[in-house]
Design a protein around this ligand. Structure first.
Ligand SMILES: NCc1[nH]cc(CCC(=O)O)c1CC(=O)O
Length: 309
């Protein structure tokens, strides 16, 4: 057969985690179509977020820092698809772009990195915990107001090394990221979503394309996970009603169970003293409505000032 081989260009950041994600998308595409490895090319693009390592991301401009240059490359047609961690994506995308779908979601939970075998209760009073995430900080302070939380940024390896060296007593990371890097054994304690909600999108790999590029999008139909798409539609709509700027501690998790979607969301004050939670469910064919309505309800419940305008 003389059918010419499609050549898809997948854009990604160059971090080990990002490369793992891009490789996973590449493999899903090759498998779905029975293509030769050469059919999908991985293009590495450096983003602003990769260059900033000394500030909390919320202070450096929040969401979009890890996606901007990839989205520009998409719009300029230097790549056909961009691969991102879903939780790094803003809820409002630049005009002309959309999320085609997601790979099957991994474990959504956060975990504590500290001395092997320890649980949260084992940390001494006033122990020093490092994180750059407002959501993790607020939820941690809610559970353990005595802990001293301070800024710890950098890639997963950097954060692990700061605990290993004793500079910090503990840090928090997404279990999905650790697992993808083959470091799941570094998780000392996995935090239950019952009292520690993940970030919207945590554990999901998103694939973004040019809106209306049906030739490209059609190639993804067999490679993406519909249930993850439904859950993320709810979570992202919830977040979009509240705050897209990363400046409010917000957690949210949707899970698909047959024809139903169950959603739980929370907003906290940065010190964790104020905690607002909402639990709602709805049919899968009304995922977007569920997310929007729940976000609006939450907005009405939370004192103004806690969430951005
Ligand atoms: N903010 C960086 C980031 N983006 C996605 C992950 C983990 C993988 C995922 O959630 O899909 C991480 C690292 C972390 O938060 O521990």
């Amino acid at each position: 057969m003389t059918q010419s081989l499609p050549k898809l260009r997948l854009g990604t950041r160059g971090s080990p985690l990002a490369l793992w994600q891009a490789e996973a998308v590449r493999e899903a595409l090759l498998k779905a179509h029975g293509w030769e490895p050469g059919a999908v090319e991985i293009v590495i693009i450096r983003t602003t977020g990769d260059a900033i390592t000394d500030r909390a991301l919320a202070d450096a401009g929040g969401k979009g820092l890890f996606t901007k240059e990839l989205e520009e490359a998409l719009l300029d047609r230097r790549i056909d698809l961009a691969v991102h961690s879903a939780k790094d994506m803003a809820t409002r995308l630049p005009g002309g772009l959309h999320i085609v779908g997601y790979l099957p979601r991994a474990d959504v939970r956060d975990c504590l990195i500290m001395r092997e075998g320890w649980k949260l209760e084992d940390l001494a009073e006033g122990a020093k915990v490092g994180t750059a995430s407002l959501r993790r900080e607020a939820q941690l302070r809610r559970l353990r107001p005595d802990l001293k939380v301070s800024l710890l940024r950098g890639n997963v390896q950097t954060r692990l090394s700061k605990v290993a060296s004793g500079e910090f007593d503990a840090t928090l990371l997404a279990l999905a990221g650790l697992t993808r890097l083959g470091l799941a054994d570094k998780a000392s304690a996995i935090l239950s979503t019952d009292d520690f909600l993940p970030a919207v999108g945590q554990g999901a790999v998103a694939i973004e394309s040019r809106f209306g590029d049906l030739a490209v999008d059609s190639l993804l139909v067999k490679a993406v996970c519909p249930a993850t798409g439904l859950a993320l539609r709810v979570e992202r709509a919830f977040l979009n009603e509240l705050d897209g700027s990363c400046r409010t501690p917000i957690g949210g998790l949707a899970q698909v169970d047959g024809g139903e979607i169950h959603f739980r969301g929370a907003v906290l004050s940065p010190d964790g003293e104020q905690y607002y939670e909402i639990v709602r469910h709805g049919p899968v064919n009304r995922a977007l409505e569920l997310g929007i309505a729940t976000g609006r309800e939450m907005r009405a419940m939370v004192p103004p000032g806690l969430i951005g305008g």
